[in-house]
Design a protein around this ligand. Structure first.
Ligand code: TXA
Ligand code: MG
Length: 357
């Protein structure tokens, strides 16, 4: 299959391009498109065969359910059997935007979408290209992140093509996705609701609306990695084995320099993924190794502004991966605001290997 790439303006997408993409989805095809979080790979959510192909091209296990994307809150009744008060409050506060709500599903939603569960994950994206696509389709669109299973999500059309070229019909290239980490997921089928995945809407913002929100599930597991290092499912993973270092910036920088020197002495090629401050501090110390190609430093945003780290994370991770190091060392940025989502992704990329410095 030949994958077509169509450029679209992120603010004012050409209706012709959107109409073409919507026609592909309505005909059962697969279209990658930008959202405010990451690129999604869309299929008609009520077309079980199209959704089945989506799982195939991603090599995604059928046990992992998909998020259904809507053009606006008014379509919620098409897929959700019930909207509890907490879900209503969150939808009104954060849609259109990077929040996914898990709700009881309507029978019309195929089992393949929800992995056989009685619930459906739903969100209304705010990105103009995504909204225009959903509106023109006139149907809910099931869309996982546009990457092969277990790989980092895509924040550029180039990332999508590097893994899915020839497997999907169309990519709408709307440039870099602004938030850079996936949506926050809240399970609203239980009371009080449970935060399942940290993402583009911060826990702090959610708590302002749902004070008794339970921060459980995946977050609780991710926060106790030392009890079971290497036990986290492989996700967002680079080819190289990664370890995450956390602690006071100066201590982390010193530790990274020591680790890198030791690894180089053992013959490894080392990739370092760190906030810009750390990269600046480490560059002079590791200059000789950088010059010989044994160490590659890659910055991802700044500690003081977690939003910059979120926006740069997957692009930086993929860029470093492409340099071909066999070991990766990552420096974390704390868990305030969007930092929580960044930490969650780094922890999973490291399969739970974390060192507190
Ligand atoms: O920002 C995002 O959410 C992006 C863009 C494209 O919208 N999508 C995304 O999809 O990250 P994906 O498939 O990579 O992640 C969806 C997550 C999975 O971890 C899945 O287990 C969870 O949503 N999920 C989907 N349906 C669920 C359900 N019924 N109950 C609990 N979790 C669910
Ligand atoms: Mg994904």
């Amino acid at each position: 299959m030949k994958t077509r790439v169509v450029m679209v303006d992120a603010e004012r997408p050409d209706p012709q391009a959107i109409a073409e993409a919507a026609a592909v989805i309505r005909a059962g095809g697969l279209v990658a498109f930008p959202t405010e979080t990451v690129y999604g790979l869309g299929a008609h959510a009520l077309d079980a065969a199209a959704v089945g192909r989506l799982f195939e091209v991603k090599e995604r296990p059928a046990t992992d359910p998909l998020i259904v994307h809507l053009a606006h809150i008014g379509q919620l009744g098409q897929v959700a059997a019930e909207v509890p008060p907490a879900a209503r409050a969150l939808a009104l506060a954060f849609w259109a935007g990077p929040l996914t709500l898990v709700l009881p599903k309507k029978p019309v939603v195929p089992d393949v979408v929800t992995a056989g569960r009685p619930t459906v994950a739903v969100r209304v994206p705010s990105h103009r290209v995504a909204r225009a696509l959903m509106e023109t389709c006139g149907a809910p669109v099931a869309a996982p992140s546009a990457n092969r299973f277990s790989r980092p999500s895509s924040t550029r059309a180039g990332h999508v093509l590097s893994e899915l070229d020839g497997r999907i019909d169309l990519v709408l290239d709307g440039g870099l996705t602004p938030i850079g980490v996936e949506s926050t997921i809240v399970d609203c089928t239980v009371s009080p609701p449970v935060l399942l995945r940290p993402g583009g809407v911060t826990r702090e913002a959610l708590l302002a609306h749902i004070p008794d929100l339970v921060v459980g599930g995946r977050m609780a597991r991710a926060d106790s990695p030392q009890r079971a290092p290497g036990q986290l499912a492989r996700h967002y993973a680079p080819a190289a084995r990664m370890t995450l270092f956390e602690g006071a910036p100066a201590a982390v920088q010193a530790r990274l320099a020591t680790e890198a020197r030791t690894l180089v002495a053992q013959g490894h090629r080392v990739g370092i993924l760190a906030p810009a401050e750390d990269v600046l501090a480490l560059a002079p110390e590791l200059a000789a190794h950088a010059a010989s190609g044994r160490v590659r430093l890659q910055a991802y945003g700044r500690r003081a502004t977690p939003g910059t780290a979120a926006a740069a994370l997957f692009d930086a991770l993929r860029a470093l991966d492409e340099e071909g190091p066999d070991v990766m060392l990552a420096a974390g940025i704390g868990a305030e605001g969007l930092g929580a989502a960044v930490r969650d992704r780094l922890l999973r990329a490291a399969e739970g290997r974390i060192v507190n410095v």
